[in-house]
Every structure is written in C-alpha cells, then in structure tokens.
Design a binder for this molecule. Structure first.
Ligand code: ADP
Ligand code: MG
Length: 347
C-alpha cells in the first residue's frame, strides 16, 4: 500500500463519522427511481432532496460519493486507526445503515479483486506489510477472533460449532470477555484471509438456515496485535474491531411480528445504545457511559473511549424510495457526533 500518511485531523480526533453513498442499482434505475442526494464533497455536506424544496444538509467528517473507491475509504478512514493499533491503541470501525446500502461491500468487499477489496482485507495487507518492515528488534503476535451477535446472543463464527451460544463474562484482571471464544494466531495474509473466509461461510450457512440472519446480526472481526521490543522488553497490545452492524431498517417498514419483532427491537436497542455510547464519548462531559446496556457495547467497552479511535461509516442509498430510511441514518450519524448542521448546500 503506497500511501500510509495519517492526516492531522485523524490524529487529534478520537471519533470520526463518515457517510458513504452507494450507486443506484440497475434494478432501481430500471424501475425509474430517482437519485435524490445532494452532496458537497468540499464542505462534506449531504442532503436528501425529495420534493425540490431546499433541504437542510447534514455535515460529517467526510462524505464519500458513489464513485469513491474502496482504497480512498481505506486511506481516509482505516489507515489512521490501523496505524494506532500497531502502536498499541485500540480502535473500532463500524459500518452502519439499512440493509442493501453497502455495509458488507465496504467492510469486506470483493477480495478476489484488488480494486474491490474492502476495509478488512486491506487491513490485512497493511498490518503484514508494516510487520515485515519493522526492525528485527520488534516481534509481533497477531491474533484473530470473529463473532456474531444475533438477538443479544453471542456466537463464535470460527468455532467448529458456530450455533453454540457463548456467555459474556467479566474478570478484574482481563475485563469483559466471551467465554470459550476461539482466538487464532496468524502470521500471513493468507492465514488471516482463511479465517475471514471460514467465519463468513458460517455466517452465510446460518443465514440460509435462518432466513438471512446476517442482515439482522452484528459481526465483529477482531485483530489483536501484540508487539514486543527485545531491547527494552516493552510490550504493547492494540486491538482492532471491524464491525458489520445489523441493518438499521425499522420494524414498521418490514411489518414484523412475533420473532421478527423481537429481533427488530433487539437491533434497535443495540444500535441506539451504540449511538448513546459514542455520543457520550464525544461529549466528554458524561461520567456515565452506558456500555452495559447492550452486548455490542459491553463487548467493545475497552475499545470505545479513552485513547481508542472510533470511526462510524453511515451507508445511504441514493434512491427516492429509501428517503425515510436514509433520513433516519443521517440523523443517527449526525446525532452521534453533534456536528453542527449547515444552513445551505452548494452542489
Ligand atoms: P449491506 O451489507 O448493507 O446489506 P451490501 O454490501 O450487501 O449491503 O450491498 C448491497 C449491494 O450493493 C451489493 O450488490 C453490493 O455489491 C452493492 N454495492 C454496495 N455499495 C456499493 C458501492 N459503493 N459501489 C458499488 N456497488 C455497491
Ligand atoms: Mg451485509
């Protein structure tokens, strides 16, 4: 990876919020749906223009239009966080949005094609290239876990039995952890990619059995990087969480009842707790951060806040039919960071 420069803003800010817009699909085009987004990439403003009235834009750390490449997102969003994780800090990248807006495309992408690789496979290349460049004095141990949270239940995507529910425990010496979660040590891009594939296959299998559970579950791929300097015996440990969140669509739209309604309320709960946690961290005033109110935030507690770096990427569809959901996504993402809205958008 050629350009690993970390921009100054990423250095000083611990929480950054981004928006990515996917292109209209062929089907949406064929059905005559309109592209209703207005984007000002200079000011990083975005607005939904449904009825031609002048819409109020939202401002973010950066807005990525539909032609933004995977590598651009990697450089802007992930490089600062991955670099910090190599130095012993924790970091988390979340993909948020309605199902079908590009969360999995952004996090995983198509990693058989170099240009279409998402953040997770680009992270693999980045980490192993930095490790191979490090001086002989420093040795690294890279460990991976991959879990799914569905209906507030935790499952290990790398286990031989990915259907088994795992318990969350807490110990004063190690903090919050998942009992029996498998951790694998990896020493190459190939071996870490193999684990990603294995976990994804388990996700898909469970999804086929349970009617697309993957869009209704959070997947957390965690890379722990331990580095030890032989000359001063100093050890640092950095943890990087790459999170493909459950679809944020509201239950009313899918007309859910029974089990689906329970799923939907669990998703709503965990996404709203996540929003509350991040916005409390941005605020910096609140002494109580509500980590314990969902499994997702409880598990990520040691990677949210303090010196940790957090990025949220809110995905939106450009189509008129998705107006309501896109509006909810932009409001959620804006609330997370309390970025001042601008009165006007110039595009
Ligand atoms: P989600 O994980 O949010 O449900 P996906 O990542 O599966 O959504 O994306 C839905 C579809 O849109 C996929 O076919 C994906 O390839 C396509 N897509 C998403 N984002 C982009 C993008 N930025 N450029 C091109 N195609 C995209
Ligand atoms: Mg997905």
């Amino acid at each position: 990876m050629a350009n690993l420069k970390v921009d100054a803003q990423a250095e000083v800010e611990n929480v950054r919020v981004f928006v990515r817009v996917r292109p209209l699909t062929k089907k949406e085009e064929a059905e005559g749906h309109q592209h209703i987004l207005l984007i000002d990439t200079k000011e990083n403003l975005i607005a939904l223009n449904r009825d031609g009235s002048s819409p109020k834009p939202f401002k973010f750390d950066q807005v990525f239009p539909e032609d933004a490449t995977q590598l651009t997102l990697y450089r802007v969003i992930a490089v600062p966080i991955v670099e910090k994780s190599l130095q012993g800090y924790n970091g988390t990248i979340f993909a948020y949005g309605q199902t079908g807006t590009g969360k999995t495309y952004t996090m995983a992408g198509n990693y058989t094609k170099p240009d279409l690789k998402g953040i997770i496979p680009n992270t693999f290349s980045h980490i192993f290239s930095q490790i191979s460049r490090a001086s002989g004095e420093t040795s690294f141990v890279v460990t991976v876990t991959y879990l799914e949270i569905y209906n507030e239940e935790v499952r290990d995507l790398l286990s031989a039995d990915p259907n088994k529910k795992l318990a969350i425990r807490e110990r004063p010496d190690v903090g919050v952890y998942v009992k029996d979660l498998m951790g694998f040590t990896v020493d190459s891009i190939e071996s870490i990619t193999e684990l990603l594939n294995r976990g994804n296959k388990n996700r898909v299998t469970r999804s086929t059995l349970m009617n697309d559970v993957s869009s209704r579950s959070h997947a957390i791929f965690t890379i722990t990087i331990e580095s030890k300097n032989r000359s001063n015996n100093k050890t640092t440990v950095g943890k990087l969480n790459l999170v493909d969140l459950a679809g944020s669509e509201r239950a009313s739209r899918t007309q859910a009842t029974g089990e689906r309604l329970r799923e939907a309320s669990n998703i709503n709960l965990s996404l709203s707790v996540l929003g509350n946690v991040i916005s409390a961290l941005v605020d910096g005033k609140s002494s109580h951060i509500p980590y314990r109110n969902s499994k997702l935030t409880r598990l990520l507690q040691d990677s949210l806040g303090g010196n940790s770096k957090t990025a949220m990427i809110a995905m939106v569809s450009p189509a008129d039919i998705d107006y309501e959901e896109s509006m909810c996504t932009l409001r959620y993402a804006a609330r997370v960071k309390h970025i001042q809205n601008h009165a006007r958008i110039n595009v």
